[in-house]
Design a protein around this ligand. Sequence first.
Ligand SMILES: [Fe+2]
Length: 162
Amino acid sequence: MTKRIVAIEPTHSTPALLNTLLNQRLSEAVDLQMMLKQAHWNVKGSNFICLHQLFDSIYNSVVASVDQIAERIVQTGGIAEGTVRASAARSRLADYPLTLSEGPAHLEAVAKALTTFRHEVRNTVDEADEMGDAETADLFLGISRSLDKWVWFVEAHGHVPT
Ligand SMILES: [Fe+2]
């Protein structure tokens, strides 16, 4: 009986590049999650309870994405560099203004952060596809879909300039 050796297809062709790309997205997701808490804690005004709860719902969704991205990094042979300090140094999101109080200002700032992150996430879908990593592309497609929903929720309040 002859032994047949079957080569295992790598899930992606450039793990180091993938690792760098995923850690870049992880840093922004970690950054974004605390922006949502900043909004949740500080928002004031007539829509307080609605916005306070909305920002926490988005926070919980982003936390789930952080976990998925970090675990994908480790599954593909990398190290998830997800500390607050590493994330702050690397994130491409604009600083969240620390002086905001009114609902419309927080809605505008949250919309800006969500749409910037969504843009980066969509690029990551294409980049992962180009690397032949369909699973990572699929993960980011799911995150992009979830961001679409939250951008809709935030913009539907009518306070975000388009
Ligand atoms: Fe809370």
